[in-house]
Design a protein around this ligand. Sequence first.
Ligand SMILES: Cc1ncc(COP(=O)(O)O)c(C=O)c1O
Length: 392
Amino acid sequence: MKYDFDKIHNRLNTNSLKYDFATERGMPKGVMPLWVADMDFKVPESIENALKKRCEHGIFGYTDPKEDYYETLYNWFLSRHGWSTNPHNFTFTCTIVFAICTLLRAVTNVGDAVIITQPVYYPFSESVTSNKRKLIISELVNNNGYYTVDFADFEKKITENNVKAFILCNPHNPVGRVWTKEELARLGDICIKHGVFVISDEIHSDFVYGKNKHTVFETVKKEFADICAVCTAPSKTFNIAGLHISNIYIHNAEIRRKFADELFAQGYSQPNVMGLTACQAAYAYGAEWLDELLVYLQGNMKFLDGYIKSNLPQIGFTSPEGTYLAWLDMRSLGLSDKELKSFMANKAGLWLDDGFIFGKGGSGFQRINAACPRSVLAAAMDKLSNAIAALK
Ligand SMILES: Cc1ncc(COP(=O)(O)O)c(C=O)c1O
């Protein structure tokens, strides 16, 4: 490998949410953090160099993207996902969650119903309720670790509640599914039939393994383009979440205008200069780094699978089709959510994400972020294994 993903970087004292806020967030001192979804790998040199070069200029005034920025986006999405984009349909925002909240305000009214499929990235429900929309949940079906949509329930909930928007997680955090074209077509058909706008969060789209293939929601069927917004970002892919840059694609001109109006109403206008610089460098020169990273992450998932099968057969684990997040089924330990939370932090010394925060179906689960050097993952699993052995 050209890139060294085994190298351990000290992230302490960098104001890192993952590393530097254990005490503030009620975790014991010295806990090993494998929770929030950023990676413990350094960005490719192309990004670092682009940022350094921009820094050397020494002036950081208001900034806006030009045509070359959109050309870079075009080339990336075409080469990685076979998606031909129109530069006019992109609107940049700082983060994806900000974009989702803004889209909700653009396409729904206060009190309108918005559907999500849980367990799912927990800010989805927060963005619905904090914007005073009504949260409707359709539970995914857990088929022995492989999750699917309950289409009948999804449609029933939409019609019963007069749902106006659906926040789709594509690929899906935390259950690791890369939805197939057929699954997306069924979801989209239901949404079209009932006038539901689809906010497709595709932040994890670059992390797809093996035979699985990411499908951009708007490319599934021609008619889907008009009823959706595709939320993209280089933040997960290239580990630049702190640089706050996302690119939101909306084909429908009327919705795009409403989205722009909502951004304007919030006083958002220009992007962060460093985010813009990093995004362009990442998409222009980062493909080779990402290809190697994907091999490494797949190796991490294989390691987890092997470790769990050999040492922790009481834990359920299905290797994810996509994302760098692993979803551990720990229900057989027989602990309540409160007990499991305390066990993980205080007995195992691990800071993972509690499954219940992703929704009712996450009760008894833990989400582990596997985007770290393999030796760190191995050390974490040893801690877990020792703590479980001591439970007996
Ligand atoms: C599905 C999903 N969407 C959005 C985000 C956060 O993105 P941002 O920081 O750009 O809001 C995450 C982070 O884990 C995520 O998993």
